[in-house]
Design a binder for this molecule. Structure first.
Ligand SMILES: Nc1ncnc2c1ncn2[C@@H]1O[C@H](COP(=O)(O)OP(=O)(O)O)[C@@H](O)[C@H]1O
Ligand SMILES: [Mg+2]
Length: 333
């Protein structure tokens, strides 16, 4: 954990992996100490009532949630390519020549037993770890040595297996942090509160509110993140990731710890996100759940791709069934 870690909110059936401290608390936006106004000490002040009324209209919400993103003409072209990616930790091969594509406009499921390398794939795609060999291509270009915030700006956003929120900030502020990752104002501009900065701040606030509505936690906008229910926190994390205006949204077990009804309603939200023109990579341990929502599925076992195809092809594949034998569908540990 970094020194300015506000304390992630761990909850539900999750566990802290021993290597968790190798990731920072939040890598899709600026550190809170970099934020205009100093972050936690001086929270962004918000008049929600001012923003709220027009959000009764779903078209207005949709426009704010996706202001610049046209549905791509080249739906189905690869947006991200894992090319022969190997990633080792000491003697352990977490990813072993992993090759697969994520196509624009699809929901790709990434499944596999615990320890198969799913989260490591995310980490390789978002610059947390660099492949030992092989390449990750995004929008046709290799990620190479790009840093995490640069990858965020290219258009990849993620949520974490263990929820990471600024627990003392309001729900709305947590999302505004994500919109900040997109803003163009320089730090001096922000300090001087330039006209553009004020405009961006305002815009960011409106968009953040719309995103909260979109994920279903609009009513909790002014509550501190730590006071939201576990399920609301998971949704809030998705809103924050969407705030960076990603082309690719990566969700790491977003339904972990949910009951079946909560899982179903989250899958509904994920379908809605895809229908809005985002590409989604969904890590999920529960094969039944992923079957209902994904367009294609890639299966990992011991760091290797053992299947890649439609949900139907994959879930009837004997190697996949064998990999899952003895693993209860809803085991999340
Ligand atoms: N930073 C790390 N250091 C050492 N081992 C790691 C690290 N990250 C992941 N691993 C190991 O890599 C393997 C894959 O882990 P992970 O990607 O978290 O699996 P999954 O998300 O599929 O459950 C596991 O054996 C895990 O212990
Ligand atoms: Mg994982």
């Amino acid at each position: 954990m970094t020194s300015h870690d506000p304390g992630g909110i761990g909850a539900g059936a999750e566990h802290d992996e021993p290597y968790r401290d190798t990731e920072t608390n939040f890598d899709t936006g600026p550190r809170e100490t970099d934020m205009p106004g100093g972050g936690l000490d001086e929270p962004v002040s918000v008049d929600v009532a001012d923003v709220h009324p027009e959000l009764a209209d779903p078209d207005v919400v949709a426009e704010m949630v996706a202001p610049t993103r046209a549905v791509q003409a080249d739906v189905g072209e690869p947006i991200l390519r894992m090319q022969d990616v190997t990633l080792t930790f000491g003697g352990l091969t977490a990813l072993d020549s992993v090759t697969f594509d994520i196509r624009r406009g699809e929901i790709l499921g990434l499944i596999g037993p615990n320890g198969a390398g799913k989260t490591t794939c995310f980490n390789a795609m978002t610059g947390v770890y660099r492949p030992t060999s092989g390449n990750v291509l995004f929008d046709g270009a290799a990620l190479g040595n790009r840093k995490r915030h640069q990858i965020t700006q290219l258009g990849i956003a993620r949520t974490f297996q263990n929820i990471r929120l600024f627990s003392e900030m309001t729900a709305l502020e947590n999302v505004v942090v994500g919109t900040d990752a997109r803003h163009r104002t320089s730090v001096p501009g922000a300090l001087l509160r330039s006209r553009r900065h004020r405009h961006e701040e305002r815009e960011g606030m409106d968009r953040a509110m719309a995103l909260l509505e979109f994920v279903g936690v609009g009513a909790r906008a002014t509550d501190k993140a730590r006071n939201l229910s576990y399920g609301e926190q998971r949704r809030l994390e998705i809103a924050r990731a969407l705030a960076t205006e990603p082309k690719l949204l990566c969700l790491d077990e977003p339904a972990a710890g949910f009951n079946p009804a909560e899982k179903e309603s989250l899958m509904e939200l994920i379908r809605h996100i895809r229908d809005d023109g985002y590409t989604v990579l969904l890590i999920e341990h529960d094969m039944r759940l992923v079957r209902g929502v994904t367009d294609r599925i890639v299966v990992l076992e011991f760091g290797r791709v053992i299947a890649d195809g439609t949900p139907e092809q994959v879930t009837t594949n004997p190697a996949v069934i064998a990999a899952y034998l003895g693993v209860p569908d809803d085991a999340t540990a």
